[in-house]
Design a protein around this ligand. Structure first.
Ligand SMILES: C[S@@+](CC[C@H](N)C(=O)[O-])C[C@H]1O[C@@H](n2cnc3c(N)ncnc32)[C@H](O)[C@@H]1O
Length: 222
């Protein structure tokens, strides 16, 4: 118990489930990860890296990735993935709401399928903004609210009841792009997509992939 209490996030059952599910979903999700990471360079922080499925997909223009992962067993799997990456990846414990790094230390930040799970989205994004240099870039691939009114009602009901309990704190009715804007980022590009692209719509199907900037010096809102 004492060991578990030290971790900011402790969802061992979900972590085992996610480690298997995420690998089996890679044929579909992998191309979106490539789109998420294309063109990145310099120092990158990845928040909530899970089992590290992005690591092997970082372009060689990235000098270093600092990957934050609060869940112990996923962090161990991420360390294994880091060994197979072409760019240096340092996996460290920590939570999005209090990133254990200096301010303005990164050229880019990456969140993928994480804003659904953090306890406090506003605080997490304000931390991401703090650690990015002015003009730095946030890349995001997230799921959130979507579909017609019946789906949105179902998403809200699931968030109030079983979904976060079953899926490691995940929520399905959040608005990631709205939250990114509210945190003071300028959203430069967003592409909406369905996951899976065909077949029945799931509460997690409504995804966005895109990029946003921390305003630079002299820009309004910096
Ligand atoms: C659905 S998984 C996504 C993992 C990975 N980013 C990916 O793309 O496969 C959600 C991740 O968010 C992490 N997470 C949950 N709460 C967090 C928090 N407060 N701060 C940082 N990461 C968190 C979980 O431990 C898990 O690794």
């Amino acid at each position: 118990m004492a060991r578990a209490a030290k971790d900011a996030v402790h969802h061992p059952v979900f972590a085992r489930f996610y480690a298997k599910l995420s690998v089996s979903a890679e044929p579909r999700i992998g191309p979106v990860r490539d789109e998420l990471l294309a063109g990145l360079s310099g120092r990158v922080i990845e928040v909530g890296a899970g089992n590290g499925l992005n690591f092997a997909r970082y372009p060689s223009t990235v000098a270093e990735v600092v990957a934050i992962e609060p869940e112990r067993s996923l962090r161990q799997l991420a360390r294994d993935s880091a060994l197979r990456a072409e760019v240096p990846v340092d996996v460290v414990p920590g939570a999005a709401e209090a990133l254990p790094v200096k301010s303005e230390a990164f050229d880019a930040a990456v969140v993928s399928l994480v804003l659904c799970s953090v306890r406090d989205v506003g605080r997490a994004l304000s931390e991401v903004r703090r650690v990015l240099r002015p003009g730095g870039e946030l890349r995001f691939f997230e799921h959130g609210r979507g579909g017609g009114s019946a789906m949105r009602t179902a998403q809200r009901a699931l968030d109030r009841t079983v979904w976060p309990l079953l899926f490691g704190g995940c929520h399905v009715s959040r608005d990631p792009v709205g939250a990114i804007r509210a945190a003071g980022f300028e959203v430069e590009e967003v592409r909406e997509l369905l996951m899976p692209e065909t077949g029945p719509r799931l509460p997690t199907s409504y995804c966005v992939v895109g990029r946003a900037l921390r305003p630079g010096p002299g820009d309004a809102g910096n």
